[in-house]
Design a binder for this molecule. Sequence first.
Ligand code: AMP
Ligand code: ZN
Length: 112
Amino acid sequence: MDCLFCKIIAGDIPCAKVYEDEKILAFKDINPQAPVHVLVIPKTHIACADEITSANSGVIAHIFENIPNIARLAGVKNGYRIVSNCGEDGCQSVKHLHFHILGGEKLTERMA
Ligand code: AMP
Ligand code: ZN
């Protein structure tokens, strides 16, 4: 499958890894929009939030169970924002579900 994040999971494209286990991978965003900007992805290919079902949602719970630790490993100390863009109007550019963790400074109150 021609998916950038599946290639990162496979090790075919390098990443700056923050955390990895058997189900998920977290790595630094290549174009950071905050002092801390990490992406957390499931190792199984799920295109976006539209494709979360009762059959695959276990990995989503696993991501959220691990986000506090991932944020700490990435260096956030005073809170963070979690963002997941979905589809055209959401400006999703990589069609493999991912959660942005943004922090390291006071973020803007406006989200869109
Ligand atoms: P989105 O626009 O929500 O689909 O987010 C995709 C994110 O992936 C963007 O913030 C990009 O900067 C980031 N990105 C694209 N290619 C890479 C890469 N090779 N390594 C790390 N982050 C990437
Ligand atoms: Zn993928």
